[in-house]
Design a binder for this molecule. Structure first.
Ligand code: HPA
Length: 299
């Protein structure tokens, strides 16, 4: 082991490669696009055809997700004609995993050959213009988790030491998603997502502060994964489901059960949007290397 990589011990790149190889041995599909499903949004994975479903616990090196509402498995199947790798549930920082562990699945997706990822999450709405159940494409984020998945020795095989984040969320993917939502008859909003550590929800004072900072949504996930994805040059689309208005926006407490129920309510639109967007994202990745070498290309 080279001392340069000692902080990623034993060797994250090799570990991610082993997990990817394990998964590729279970299916003939070679997805170039992946979807990460957030709380209450797991339904999309049920509708895939020719699906191979692998519990995270079986994948070498994968952290375990323990959150209610997350199935905790990786599904490789077809959405229509598009081969897709779907993470049904993710790990969050608040579960106590190290942040590098939390983004390990994203490393594995890249080593599988994926070139673009659609992240989804449940979020609190700070902008009162969003109603409960609104779907919002992330335009940008504010990382308030106080940490970063790239802390520690950098492995150049994944990407550069100082990755650019000026367009972390692909403008082109976002425009595609907004267009497809319109065609399906609903509005896909755009917003800036503030990532908090959790697991406690925010206080009303924190939400006022976040609003002043320019955040329109708040959540406890996605940002570390997006940073890791951009580190590897993957294209990113992220869609939040506003499962509740953020603390203090309405005069009532926030309940995790309600968060899951709102996911249930919007899943029709949500699944339809994913189905419409995936072929176009897949087409946009055509011609790109699918070696999972994670060259630091831009989108
Ligand atoms: N805050 C943080 N994370 C969340 C929320 C919230 O209000 N709703 C769903 N995830």
């Amino acid at each position: 082991m080279s001392p340069k990589r000692s902080r990623t011990a034993p060797d994250e790149f090799a570990r991610a490669g082993r997990a990817a190889k394990f998964l590729l041995g279970k299916t003939r599909l070679r997805p170039r696009v992946a979807v990460v499903l957030g709380s209450g949004l797991g339904d999309f994975a049920e509708g895939l055809e020719g699906a191979t479903r692998v519990p995270y616990a079986k994948i070498p090196g994968f952290p375990r997700s323990s959150v209610v509402g997350h199935a905790g498995r990786l599904v490789i199947g077809r959405s229509g004609k598009v081969p897709v790798a779907v993470m049904q549930g993710r790990v969050h920082l608040y579960e106590g995993h190290g942040i590098r562990e939390a983004v390990f699945p994203v490393r594995v997706l890249a080593r599988l050959g994926v070139r673009a990822i659609v992240f989804t999450n449940a979020a609190g709405g700070i902008d009162p213009a969003y109603g409960q159940g609104a779907l919002v494409a992330l335009r940008d984020h504010i990382n308030l988790q106080g940490t970063n998945p790239l802390i520690g020795a950098n492995d150049e095989r994944f990407g550069p030491r100082f990755p650019d984040m000026t367009e972390a969320y692909s403008k082109a993917f976002r425009a595609t998603a907004i267009e497809e939502a319109k065609r399906l008859g609903f509005t896909l909003h755009e917003g800036v997502y503030a990532a908090m550590h959790g697991p406690s929800y925010e206080t009303p004072a924190e939400i006022r502060a976040l609003r002043t900072l320019g955040a329109e949504l708040v959540g406890m996930s996605t940002v570390p994964e997006v940073i890791a994805a951009r580190h590897m040059g993957l294209g990113v689309l992220a869609i939040s489901c506003v499962t509740n208005m953020a603390a203090g926006i309405l005069d009532r407490p926030i309940d995790h059960e309600e968060v899951l129920q709102v996911g249930e309510r919007v899943k029709g639109n949500f699944v339809a949007l994913l189905q419409a967007v995936l072929p176009r994202i897949e087409a946009a990745t055509a011609g790109e290397s699918s070696a999972g070498k994670a060259e630091a290309s831009h989108h």
